[in-house]
Ligand binder design. Structure first.
Ligand code: GLA
Length: 709
């Protein structure tokens, strides 16, 4: 049964949520380990309650998922409407539990509140997905009265369980995405998100983790919270004088952007709530399972991820047919499987100042069009991918000359550019149709397996089009995917500026950062990996010195780091030393041998007491591959042994170190022969004893292969 009529119960495999509706609110009274089926829920609700204290409303403020001001809730209104310029006060109406679709499974709860005076109803559906992640969908409908403008509409309000002590969120910028900030939630109110960006943004405001304090004995250690929305958004965490925190998040609405007339509904972007039993590691594995099974679109979901060669950091805008041909030849020799032609192939584009919108091949580079070059790529045994930035237009372009009004603009306000470009207004049907036709035409005329879909500027001024632009983008992508279901799309926005589960339900992979420096990528990738599986994370071997950081790193280190993701190469092979090319080819081979494990396996952190040593072990069935890295120069000569979680303790594994080895470090291997042929160890010994790998020098990486015997 889904609980007694006024108490709702929702179960995932490890977790139960209990909602108390007996006072007319939907109060979240329990979010913790899975309760026995016969738990007395009314008792649980009763013991969660205290009498009012000296300085509180006479009826204690409910910790409700639909908080209303009259209860004494003093936080920001999580739903706010304007009528005739005045704020609409929602009338207190009892929240009801509507019949779940599958009665008795405790898999879905639907809460409803109808305010017949204001003419507004709100519905909140909490559904446990097969992965164990809870999807929350809310909608607001205007049932009667004058039209109303929506100022705020939270997609989810979570009364934070009191065992939670910390919140992690991320901040970032171009080429330095996903810095993690972890802080105690009781200390200060926190607000985050993005506005006027028109994309999820580098600050990645919609990836949040609520955690218990480290070391606390607790069955649940972490709750992931994510807003699946690729546009502006806000999240806020308020803690009241009683110590109760409320977290809400939703799309950011500008005043006047969303106005509802009678009968109209605003569907809020979905929130994913991921309660995990054992902290961040199990949260990561839960989210990876969810993304692989329910977010990434078929058919790319399980397809082997081909090794890419991307021309951007190899050539930049200096494209010519001889250069491209020799690059393609070298790439094929190394084992690359897909050649991706990045920016600079179209119109008169010789730098970033022109031609966005003119998606015809440059006659200078491709006098016969793209087709002969694509045929050449196929003849070399690779498939072909193409960079596009369809939402943009350069003022210096044929498209802009023909349709200067197609860009988002506000009359009387300068059309400020960023990277010398403007944004097309996708909410205008003729613009969306034009973009669809252009891309559809390109894909029909050519054998293109993959599009790198870029988005290189913020949306200022939005002209009140933030929400409609994002929704129009989804429609455009959906339409294109329907017409070309096998074409893989990558979400790139100057790197990791648009990564979220809504865009990723339409894309095969994302570009985590324009920063290909392998040391920087260790941090950036590890942060993304908390939410996204390795199969979706584009990871390229860049040049040395790196064009963004200026740092020199060995090919061995760059290639090993790039293997842990969807591997590619983004460096000029034609000017690479023979040694580097050989090392790269061997790592590409290793990637192909191990990608089934890397992309379907479960990811565990490497355990080490040395903070400069990190890495991941990916376990899939009887095989596992580890990446162990050291960032800086070691304090102690001998780093502590590296330990591997995630294996079966009683099982025996053959442990070897796949070659090539890092040259400097390999000198310190005591018995190189044994590491080649492999040693036998139990999962327990690997987890608690570990391996004494040579890890002394900065930017050293080892691969560790484990096969159960
Ligand atoms: C963005 C992308 C890069 C590259 C350039 C091309 O910065 O993130 O990977 O495609 O655009 O202009």
């Amino acid at each position: 049964m889904a609980g007694t009529p006024n108490i709702g119960r929702l179960d995932t495999e490890p977790v139960t949520l209990v909602f108390d509706l007996r006072r007319g609110f939907a109060e979240l009274v329990y979010l913790g380990g899975r309760l026995p089926a016969d738990e007395a829920l009314d008792t649980l609700c009763d013991v969660a309650r205290r009498a009012a204290h000296e300085n509180a409303p006479d009826q204690p403020v409910p910790a409700s998922i639909l908080p209303l001001g009259h209860t004494g809730y003093l936080g920001v209104p999580t739903v706010e409407l304007l009528r005739g310029g005045k704020s609409v006060t929602l009338q207190p109406q009892p929240v009801e539990l509507r019949t779940p679709r599958v009665v008795g499974s405790n898999r879905e709860l639907v809460f409803g509140m109808t305010d017949s005076i204001a003419g507004v109803s709100i519905e909140s559906r909490w559904q446990v997905r097969d992965s164990g992640v809870i999807a929350i969908d809310q909608r607001l409908t205007l049932d009667s009265g004058e039209p109303a403008t929506l100022l705020r509409a939270a997609s989810m309000v979570l009364p934070v369980p009191r065992w939670v002590s910390h919140l992690s969120h991320h901040r970032g910028r171009w080429s330095a995405e996903m810095h993690t900030i972890r802080s105690m939630i009781a200390e200060t109110p926190r607000v985050g998100g993005s506005s006027r960006g028109g994309r999820s943004g580098f600050s990645a405001g919609q990836w949040l983790v609520l955690e218990s304090a480290a070391g606390e004995e607790s069955r649940i250690g972490a709750i992931g919270v994510h807003l699946a929305w690729s546009g502006d958004h806000t999240w806020q965490l308020d803690t009241d004088a009683d110590g109760q925190s409320i977290l809400w998040l939703g799309a950011h609405l500008e005043a006047g952007e969303v106005t509802l007339s009678v009968g109209e509904t605003f569907e809020m972007p979905q929130v994913l709530l991921a309660p995990a039993r054992d902290g961040r590691g199990s949260l990561r594995r839960l989210l990876h399972r969810h993304v692989r099974a329910e977010v990434l679109p078929p058919p790319s979901r399980n397809a082997p991820r081909k090794v890419h060669l991307n021309t951007w950091e190899a050539c930049g805008f200096h494209l010519s047919m001889p250069k491209l041909e020799s690059l393609a030849g070298q790439a094929a020799d190394l084992g690359v499987e897909r050649f991706v032609l990045d920016d600079g192939w179209f119109g008169g584009r010789r730098d970033d100042r022109s031609s966005l919108g003119d998606w015809e091949p440059s006659p200078k580079i491709f006098p016969q069009g793209l087709a002969p070059f694509i045929e050449r790529i196929h003849a070399l045994g690779m498939d072909f991918g193409l960079w596009v930035e369809p939402e943009m237009v350069s003022p210096d372009s044929l498209l802009y000359a023909a349709h200067p009004d197609w860009c988002i603009h506000v009359d009387g306000i300068p059309r400020s550019t960023q990277r010398h470009q403007l944004v097309l207004d996708l909410s205008r049907s003729e613009v969306a149709t034009h973009i669809f036709d252009t891309l559809d035409n390109l894909l029909r005329r050519h054998r293109i397996a993959y599009l790198k879909w870029d988005h290189n500027r913020e949306l200022f001024p939005t002209g009140l089009r933030g929400v409609s632009q994002t929704r129009a983008l989804y429609r455009l992508l959906d339409r294109l995917r329907e017409a070309h279901p096998t074409v893989e799309i990558e979400s790139c926005a100057s790197g990791g500026g648009r990564v979220d589960y809504a865009i990723m339900s339409r894309c095969a992979r994302f570009w985590p950062s324009d920063n290909n420096d392998a040391l920087e990528r260790l941090r950036i990738n590890a942060a993304w990996m908390q939410y996204m599986p390795l199969c979706s994370l584009g990871n390229h071997v860049g040049p040395s010195p790196n064009p963004v950081t200026g740092r020199h790193l060995s090919m061995d280190f760059r290639a090993k780091v790039a293997m842990f993701g969807h591997m590619g190469v983004e460096a000029d092979l034609t000017s690479m030393s023979e040694d580097d090319r050989r090392a790269l080819a061997r790592h590409i081979d290793l990637y192909k041998t191990w990608r089934d494990v890397l992309h379907a396996g479960e990811v565990y952190d490497i355990a080490s007491t040395d903070s400069a040593v990190s890495g991941a072990l990916v376990v899939h069935g009887s095989r596992a591959l580890g990446l162990v890295t050291r960032e800086d120069f070691a304090r102690d000569f001998e780093a502590a042994p590296v330990r591997f979680e995630g294996l079966e303790p009683a099982r025996r594994y053959r442990v070897s170190l796949p070659e090539p080895w890092p040259e400097w470090a390999a000198r310190y291997l005591a018995t190189p022969e044994r590491w080649r042929s492999g040693v036998l160890m139990s999962g327990r010994a690997l987890a608690d004893g570990g391996l004494a790998l040579p890890l002394r020098h900065p930017a050293t990486a080892w691969l560790v292969a484990l096969e159960a015997v």
